[in-house]
Write a protein that binds this ligand. Structure first.
Ligand SMILES: Cc1ncc(COP(=O)(O)O)c(C=O)c1O
Length: 400
């Protein structure tokens, strides 16, 4: 019998972390690798948030807290849900965890039994299927296509639902495509969910504030209030507030579910870092002024990357509504050969050759469940993006 658990054998390590590690290895060997694989903003946490953390340390707020968050942060989440979405929640309906990732994981651990299905649109954030597997459930992948700008249609959602479906995981704007669902597109999905009262919605709103060109962000419980009693709205401070290292995420939903998530958390990590929680209070309650200039910068970078990639024969790159990713198709490059003699049979071959022969690190589409594509994170400087895209152009032009 194996020493390691059978559950773990069904789970794969994160391919995004693997790609970033490979790039770091080449860099350590002296190569000038440009990394477009990391999913975090390249700017610093705003000063008012850092100051709040320093003040918390000085005030001795350095002890254990309630397992799923200090009252002040739960209150700040309630105020945020009301202010931004018109949704009413009490602190007992809020759970704070160690990053958005732990909040999602707690919810799956608290609810899934063997045989329970979770519908996940592809391309998906790499962790969803593996978290479902770790929690003992079965991921059911609903593939989208580039033709619908990677958005799930009502028909595709309907087809994926069975009597065993427990959750539908929804992520807009999306990692890895940046696609954001308009109110009407989301309404089409909530109408399907209204016909299936046994299906709950886990919405991952992590990229809510990173939305461009006047895109109006909507969350499912806001678009269809009748779903309020079976929706867990998940969010966090990692991306919009450049706080990936602080590890604070949160969720709002029905009280019994929140209580079950608290039980999971109390027996695993006890509570999220006390100092980070005070920083998150400031992130949510403090000035939001830096969001608009940051978004202007992201739009400029997105437009630069999309236009340079679309100049390449064999690559097609839609313009996404938000986040800081693009997800171009390389359908026109499959079967070609690199100058080093490697045949590009898959998007993984493409990403590997791009790293080895052109010193640009991206993540291949198979990692996100839809091929042949690759993900570019444009959360890096304009100069690095321009050089990286020029290298991709030269690499593709040299394919035969
Ligand atoms: C869609 C999505 N959800 C959740 C997370 C996790 O966020 P956190 O760093 O707060 O755990 C990420 C991070 O990459 C993400 O892209």
């Amino acid at each position: 019998m194996s020493f390691l658990s059978e559950t773990l054998s069904r789970v794969k390590p994160s391919p995004t972390i693997a790609m970033t590690a490979k790039a770091a290895e080449l860099r350590a060997a002296g190569r000038d690798v440009i990394g477009l694989s990391a999913g975090e903003p390249d700017f610093d946490t705003p000063q008012n948030i850092k100051d709040a953390a320093v003040a918390a340390i000085a005030a001795g707020k350095t002890k254990y807290t309630a397992p799923d968050g200090i009252p002040e942060l739960k209150q700040a989440v309630c105020a945020k849900m009301k202010r931004d979405h018109g949704l009413d929640y009490t602190p007992a309906q809020v759970s704070v965890g160690t990053g958005g990732k732990q909040t999602l994981y707690n919810a799956l651990m608290a609810t899934l039994n063997e045989g329970d299905e979770v519908v996940i649109p592809a391309p998906y954030w790499v962790s969803y299927p593996d978290m479902v597997l770790l929690a003992g459930g079965t991921p059911v992948i609903a593939e989208t296509s580039i033709q619908s700008n990677f958005k799930l249609t009502a028909g595709q959602l309907e087809a994926a639902i069975t009597p065993k479906t427990k959750w539908f995981i929804f992520n807009s704007p999306s990692n890895p495509t940046g696609a954001g669902y308009s109110r009407d597109e989301l309404k089409a999905l909530t109408e399907v969910l209204m016909r299936h009262p046994h299906v709950w919605v886990m919405t991952d709103d992590m990229y809510e504030h990173l939305a461009y060109d006047g895109f109006e962000f909507c969350t499912p419980a806001q678009v269809e209030p009748a779903l309020y009693d079976r929706t867990l709205t998940c969010n966090g401070v990692s991306k919009a507030y450049a706080m990936t290292g602080w590890r604070i995420g949160y969720a709002a939903g029905p009280e019994p579910l929140i209580a079950a998530m608290r039980k999971v958390q109390s027996q695993s990590t006890s509570n999220p870092c006390s100092v980070s929680q005070w920083a998150a209070v400031e992130a949510l309650n403090g000035t939001q002024e830096f969001l608009a200039p940051n978004n202007e910068m992201f739009v400029r970078r997105r437009d630069l990357v999309v236009s340079m990639l679309n100049e390449i024969d064999g690559i097609s790159c839609p313009v996404p509504e938000g986040a800081f990713y693009v997800y171009p198709s390389i359908a026109g490059l499959i079967g070609k050969t690199t100058p080093a003699g490697k045949v590009i049979g898959t998007d993984e071959d493409f990403a590997t050759a791009l790293l080895e022969e052109a010193d640009v690190a991206v993540v291949f589409g198979a990692a996100f469940g839809l091929s042949p594509n690759f993900r570019v994170s444009y959360a890096t400087s304009d100069a690095a993006l321009e050089t990286a895209c020029s290298r991709i152009q030269a690499f593709c032009a040299a394919l035969t």
